[in-house]
Design a protein around this ligand. Sequence first.
Ligand SMILES: CC(C)(COP(=O)(O)OP(=O)(O)OC[C@H]1O[C@@H](n2cnc3c(N)ncnc32)[C@H](O)[C@@H]1OP(=O)(O)O)[C@@H](O)C(=O)NCCC(=O)NCCS
Length: 223
Amino acid sequence: MESEPELLHPWQDEPVDYRCVALRFSRGCGLVGSGIVLPDRIARAAPRRRAEWLAGRRCASEALRLLTGQGACPGMAPDRSPVWPDGIVGSISHTGEVAIALAARAGACRGLGVDIERVMDGQGASEVASEALTPRERCHLANDPFLVTLAFSAKESLFKALHPLLRRPMSFHASELIAWDAQGRARLRLVEELSPEFPAGSEIEARFARRGDLLLTRVLILV
Ligand SMILES: CC(C)(COP(=O)(O)OP(=O)(O)OC[C@H]1O[C@@H](n2cnc3c(N)ncnc32)[C@H](O)[C@@H]1OP(=O)(O)O)[C@@H](O)C(=O)NCCC(=O)NCCS
């Protein structure tokens, strides 16, 4: 079963005009009527991987259509990052049953990252905390599965937003969650230099929104 892509407005007062589109999907959803051609490596993948890839691309295509008037399916780079049309930045994420994509004009925004996660349970949070949190984060966040999920998701969004600018791998320990509030604002601080433009100590804002047991985060790198 698959829902139609739906335009969402998870956050108010955003500094950039972007389109955010999500849909629900299940493992068996197919290509019928989508008009999207699967790259070879996705065509050969397991049904679940095909379904999530396709659901993400359907969201991306609809976000592009709503933004520019022209839908297009982003390509796939060898490193798996999506290849957006010229002049567009965007990002895709999926859990087992929900996919989401954001797209904005590159003139308004240099990087855009989105991530969706199921809020972890205690055991999941403790496993993720030991891998993805810095020692200081472990001190302050590790007892709260929601905050562990938030730190993890915000770092994934940050990585996706910076990837087109840096084109390099990034450790989960390169940044830490230093603040969050009830209005869905969070801040990450870099604990190591990523580039001369992103030195240690730089702070980057993230937004988050909880919908049931799902947590959504986004990071924008402004022009
Ligand atoms: C790339 C990565 C962030 C994807 O996260 P994920 O939990 O597997 O899955 P999500 O559903 O959130 O996102 C997957 C989508 O991210 C996008 N993506 C993949 N690689 C990407 C990259 N290098 N840059 C930007 N977007 C990327 C793709 O669109 C992908 O979906 P698709 O393969 O169906 O097209 C993650 O797998 C990864 O490699 N992490 C290691 C590096 C990292 O996370 N660093 C963060 C520390 S700050």
